[in-house]
Ligand binder design. Sequence first.
Ligand code: MN
Ligand code: MN
Length: 342
Amino acid sequence: MDVPPREPLDPLTIPRFAGPSTFARLPTLDEVGRADVAIAGIPFDSGVTYRPGARFGPIAVRNASRLLRGYHPGLDVRPFATQQVADAGDIACNPFSIEEAIIQIQAGSAALHGTVDRLVCVGGDHTIALPLLRTLRERHGPLALVHFDAHLDTWDTYFGAAYTHGTPFRRAWEEGLLRDDASIHVGIRGPLFSPDDLVDDAGFGFHIVTAQQVLESGIAGIVERIRTRVGEAPAYVSIDIDVLDPAFAPGTGTPEAGGMTSRELLGVLRGCRGLQIVGADVVEVSPPYDHADITAVAASHAIYELISLFAAEAPRADRRDRLRRSAEATNVDGAPAGGGDP
Ligand code: MN
Ligand code: MN
């Protein structure tokens, strides 16, 4: 028998400003044992090139998520009721060694995948995407990257350092983590070092949707470009909150004028329904530069949008049910859901 998901605390019983500091006041992963989706914080910001502070991102995003509610009217789903969502806590990592932190993040995310189908990680700076992609590459093969950012993040080195928040996707391509024909940046804008930046980036197999093109094509046009580019490939969604204009995300380390609105970002994400998204991150929220939690609220809603996309995948749920039934019918051990006492 299936155990119904354990949902966030009822805000009509326990006020939103009380209760646990988990994302959306969800149960912890320890409390539920396994999860279809888990939120994990990765409080690491030693890879930044300008303003630090994203190590405090997970705390701020969890706090801002207290106001999220259980029903998503745009997608007509109840994301916490139809799948088990849990807070997996933080993947702790070394703030003094980027190389060691990357190893710890890769190991930590791989360990979580023992009991979690899909992880949504909260940074932290964008360095964390590389080890998360490594983990998912092992599970799914090369991935399509849907990358929301003001910046390409395909630069080579800074001060001789290969692993920084400006280089993860060049490293990922070099390591064979990404497909050559299915990745796309959205929201790119601002000055570059040279035209070669774009030549290099195209050589790594990326298409670019600039922030200006978001304005010109509208949400539907951008969604179409993403869907055409990604197709049926297993996709990783990486959201650098600086894809938003500083008016919508002041609390970030490398702000660039002329960005997307939070409404546009949420709309584009919603349009990604049906893509085979296998994991995601939301990074670069730097609370010391935030005002009135603007940035943290935007990040918490982007995460809610992602969780809701997973809930909208009825065919996948059907497939899982079929697998579970067939496992039960053949008395195969190890079907994780539904076993044991609630
Ligand atoms: Mn950026
Ligand atoms: Mn970035």
